[in-house]
Structures are given as C-alpha cells and as structure tokens.
Design a binder for this molecule. Structure first.
Ligand code: FES
Length: 577
C-alpha cells in the first residue's frame, strides 16, 4: 500500500522503514482533504509563490497558481503551493534589494526541507525573480519559472504612460510647473490599469525576459500581459511540463549553463534591458557555481544592437511587445546572425533554436530588424578607471549620446540625505556640464544598494529645460529609469573604494566607447584622501540588516551574501521524528 518511488518525496510519504514518520507526514497533509492515492509515489510539485497583497505586482499569483495546479494534476503530479518572502519594489523600505538575499534563503530552505520533487517558481516584481532563481539554484531540483506578466499599457490624458518611466517624466514636469498636483495624482491609477508588473522594460520585464533567455521557462513567458488568458494557459502548460521534467531528472543546472548566461546577456542588450540584470545574473550564476564576471558583459554585450523599442529606451510598452511577437522574435533575430548558442537547452526539453527559429514578428517598429535597430550599440557598457577599478556600468540606450564622452566638474553628495538637502538649493554650484556624484549608497553603505542612482536634476536646471546630466554613484537605478547614469561603482565608497576620494570641483573624464571613467587627480592625492576618508555608515548594530552588512559582496560579484554563494543540493542531512 505504501509504495516507494524513485523521487525524493518518497522519503517523506512512502518510507517503509519509518512507519511512524510516514504516518505523520501523510496524515497531517490529509487534513486538507487529499485522498490517499495522491501519496502513491507520484511527483510532488512545489509551487513557490510570492503572492502578497503588499507586493501588488504579484497580487494575482493565487490565480496563476491555480492554473499551474491544473497542469500538474493533468500530468499525474501532486501540486502543493507554498508562500515565500515576497520583496515588493513599490512598498518595501529601505529598499527591496536589501531583502533579495533573505528571500533567497527562505526559498532555498523551503524547497530543500519539504517533500518536493520539482518546483514551479512564480515570479514577477523585480526582486522576486532573482530571489527565487537564486534559492532554487542552490538546491538544484527540476525547476521551471512562470512570470506574472506585465500590466496593460498605461493611458493618461490621451497619452500612453509607462510604469516608473512615466513617474520620472511627470515628476520633472511637476517640478518645472508644467502640470498640476491633481494631474500628478490622477496619473497614479491611469498608469496602473490592471494586475501585473511594471509594463516598461524595467527590471521585472527584463528579468522575465532573462528567465526566458536562460531557458528556465516556456517560450513567451516574459511578455504575455498578466490579465491575458494566454498567461493562464502558459501557467497550465508549465505545471504540466514540470511533472515531465521531474521524470526526466532535468535539474536546473542541466539547463542553465555558462552558455545560457551568455545568451541572456546578449538578449538583454537586444531588449534594452535593465542595469539590474547585471547584478542579478551574477548572483544566480554564483549560486550555480558558474563563473560570470563583468568582463562577460564586455565580451558578450559588445556590438549587440537594441531591437526592442520599449520605454525607457524607446516608445512602446510590454503589451505592444507581446502583440509584436515578444522575446521569441528577439531570440530569432539574434539566432539568424549566429549571435546565440543555438543548442542551449530549455525547460521544454528543446533547444533555444528549436523553440524560437520560426517566431513571427507582427510589428517591426516595436521589434526592430537587426539591420535597422533602435540603438546600434546597445546593451550594458562597463566603465573602468581610477574611480572604479572593479567596474561601473551604464546603459547607453537610455542615455544622451552627446554625454557619452564628457569631462566635467564634480558636484559631490556624501549621502542620499545630503543630496536631498542640497539638490534644490539656489546656492548649489552646478550647471549642465557638471557631474553629480553620490557616495555611500552601495551594498554596505545604504545598505542594500538603493535605486537612487538616477538622481533628480537640480530644479534650477530643470526650469532651464535641462533634462539630463551625467550622474555617478555606487547605487543602482530602477530599470524603468533613464538618463546618463553611471551605477554600481565598485568597490563602493563605504569600504573606501576610490569613489570616496572624489571632491567638489574635481574633474572627471568619461569615455563610454573606450569604457573609461577617471578622476583627474594625482594618484598620491587620491591615496591620501582615502586614508583620511570617513564613510557615512548606516547605524545598524543587530538583526538581519547587520548580518547583511557584514556579509554582502560588492556589486560586480552580485551583492549576494558571501556564505550563500554556491550549491548546497537537495539532500536533507537529518530528520526529527
Ligand atoms: Fe513591481 Fe515594478 S514595482 S514590477
């Protein structure tokens, strides 16, 4: 009657050697009304759910989970949904990134500690995707991802407006006196018209696209709108597929390899993806023990044109992207130029080429042809120099071309608080050629590396009609933001990285094409300044945040906690009954 199976859940539900344990594991589960035959050794599928009413982008995930369950049952599996820490980009303070690693620990231990043979990851809002991928990677069971999908396009006062990107524009217009406070408030609900995540090519849609490019989902995962019936059909099919993946023992590390990361970097360039992908892919790779460095972005991201004409780099939104053909078309265009590794395996058991080579494009203005791109040399650029020996990044497709080579005087803010205090002061010595420098907002300094790198421009320059300036920091920026913004400077100022040495009126020289960023100050002076530098550090002495500060790695290596890097597998060493 208690039949053993080859799956790991058998150690909970079908062990003849530990009758008492088996009774406890099965018996208590049965209080939910599960009939006995569901414990007959069939694959048990965990549905790892980041649903939370406090994470509005993932607020529809209980419905998605129901569709996944239908697919799992149909394929002969037993689905069990479980909640994990849900890091909301729009609500969580001081910054959701501070909790990405905490959430990944929750995911890892929840998967390993439970009778789960395969996992479906329900991901949406920015940090929920990397945290689930990271946690699942450290356990390395058969794993498939399904994203929640983007919101419908925003419509406001006769115009299309995109999540995040529209906020920065409206905020600048309000500061410049072009719109009223009432217009600004009315835009809130006009921007967020349906369930789903940000519908610009922000971090959430970028990471959904990365999941697809890595092969971790079924095709079309990234772009189907959250409320489109096809999203629920995809969830159903993902549930069906994970049961087969368990039977095939198709674990995550068989799909996600160095080559699939290289494919993802190239797809990121072609979609004009978020700068946050750099940090999240590094962290996921670290969990899989794959050596992915900033130099891989230099190597693979080079010469990739941005094809996808979406905000913040372009004009359309995710709904348009899906109707134009979505990520499969982007992949097909890169495959046709032999840019991708065509043999990389994906979750459905087919290669990336088999899945996408016949994808049809329905709108060449939304997904541009390879030879007529939105930005010829897109992707993420890495800058190095005496301010950033371990690298900094910029997204040229969202920047001003004339500022790509620039020398200007630094206007320095030691902390984000000082920035807010001084930026609108009439006494601030700043003009459009200045370079704004923000320190102590890196992984340890903030802590959590907040999305404050796209500093608001001084009001007096906004009123003059200036809309962009070079900004440098050790912070991140929202994937929905734009501008000539240099981010993730490593090492950060809080650990006396050379960014800390920059002072007001120093000259900084930037050449994005050459990949350089230098402080025009003598090396000995920089050294002396660093010796005397007192970082502005957060006053945190206990709790998770203290552990985070003590163990977080720098941006160029993914800002994971040092002791979480690597795979720890699915084996449970001891059990208690
Ligand atoms: Fe959740 Fe943008 S705030 S995806």
């Amino acid at each position: 009657m208690v039949k053993k199976s080859k799956y790991r859940s058998s150690a909970w539900y079908n062990s003849k050697d530990h009758r008492r344990d088996t009774f406890i594991h099965r018996g208590w589960m049965r209080n939910q009304g599960h009939p006995s035959h569901l414990f007959d050794g069939r694959p048990v599928i965990g549905i790892c759910n980041t649903w939370s009413e406090l994470t509005p982008c993932n607020g529809h995930f209980r419905e998605i989970a129901e569709s996944v369950k239908k697919g799992v049952y149909e394929a002969g599996g037993f689905p069990l949904e479980f909640p994990v820490f849900s890091a909301s980009e729009s609500n969580l303070r001081p910054t959701a990134m501070l909790f990405r690693n905490l959430a990944s620990m929750d995911v890892e231990e929840a998967i390993r500690g439970n009778p789960i043979d395969g996992v479906v990851l329900l991901m949406g809002c920015d940090k929920t995707t990397p945290s689930l991928l990271m946690g699942a990677a450290s356990v390395d069971l058969p794993t498939i991802g399904i994203s929640g999908g983007p919101m419908l396009n925003g419509h406001h006062q006769g115009k299309i407006i995109g999540s995040g990107t529209g906020v920065w524009q409206l905020d600048a217009d309000l500061s410049a006196g072009k719109i009223t406070e009432e217009d600004f408030i009315e835009a809130e609900i006009s921007m967020s018209r349906s369930k789903g995540n940000c519908m610009t090519m922000g971090t959430a849609s970028t990471m959904g696209s990365m999941v697809e490019a890595l092969g971790m989902s079924l095709p079309n995962n990234a772009a189907i709108p959250a409320v489109d019936s096809r999203r629920y059909a995809l969830a159903h099919m993902s549930g069906k597929r994970i049961v087969e993946m368990v039977k095939e023992d198709l674990i995550m590390s068989k799909i996600v390899t160095k080559k699939s990361f290289e494919n993802a970097i190239k797809v990121n360039g072609a979609i004009g993806g978020s700068t946050n992908a750099v940090i999240h892919l590094a962290a996921v790779a670290g969990r899989l023990e794959i050596d992915l460095k900033l130099s891989d972005w230099e190597k693979c991201g080079k010469d990739i044109p941005t094809l996808v004409n979406l905000q913040p780099s372009g004009k359309y939104l995710m709904e348009d992207f899906y109707y134009a053909g979505g990520v499969p078309v982007v992949i097909r265009r890169l495959l046709e130029k032999n840019i991708l590794d065509k043999d990389s395996l994906t979750a459905n058991g087919k290669t990336i080429s088999e899945n996408n080579k016949n994808a049809k494009c329905w709108n060449n203005d939304v997904i541009k042809e390879f030879d007529d791109p939105l930005v010829a040399d897109g992707g993420i650029k890495i800058l190095r120099g005496n301010i950033a020996p371990n690298g900094a990044i910029i997204k040229p497709s969202a920047a001003t071309p004339e500022l790509m080579k620039h020398k200007g005087k630094a206007v320095v803010f030691e902390s984000v608080e000082e920035f807010h205090d001084k930026i609108d002061s009439p006494d601030l010595e700043v003009d459009e050629n200045s370079i704004l420098v923000l320190k102590n907002c890196g992984p340890k300094g903030y802590p959590g590396m907040a999305e404050v790198g796209n500093m608001r421009l001084p009001q007096k320059l906004l009123k003059k009609g200036i809309r962009d300036m070079i900004r440098i920091s050790d912070a991140r920026m929202s994937g929905t933001a734009y501008g000539t913004v240099i981010l993730h400077t490593a090492p950060e100022a809080a650990i006396k990285g050379p960014l800390a040495a920059v002072q007001n009126n120093d000259f900084i020289e930037i050449d994005v094409e050459k990949g350089s960023m230098n402080l025009i100050v003598d090396d000995n002076v920089i050294k002396e300044r660093l010796e005397n530098y007192k970082p502005v550090l957060p006053d945190i002495k206990s709790g998770y945040q203290k552990m985070y500060i003590d163990h977080v790695t720098q941006a160029d290596t993914g800002a994971d906690l040092d002791f979480l890097i690597g795979k720890r597998g699915s084996e449970v060493k001891r059990h208690s009954h």
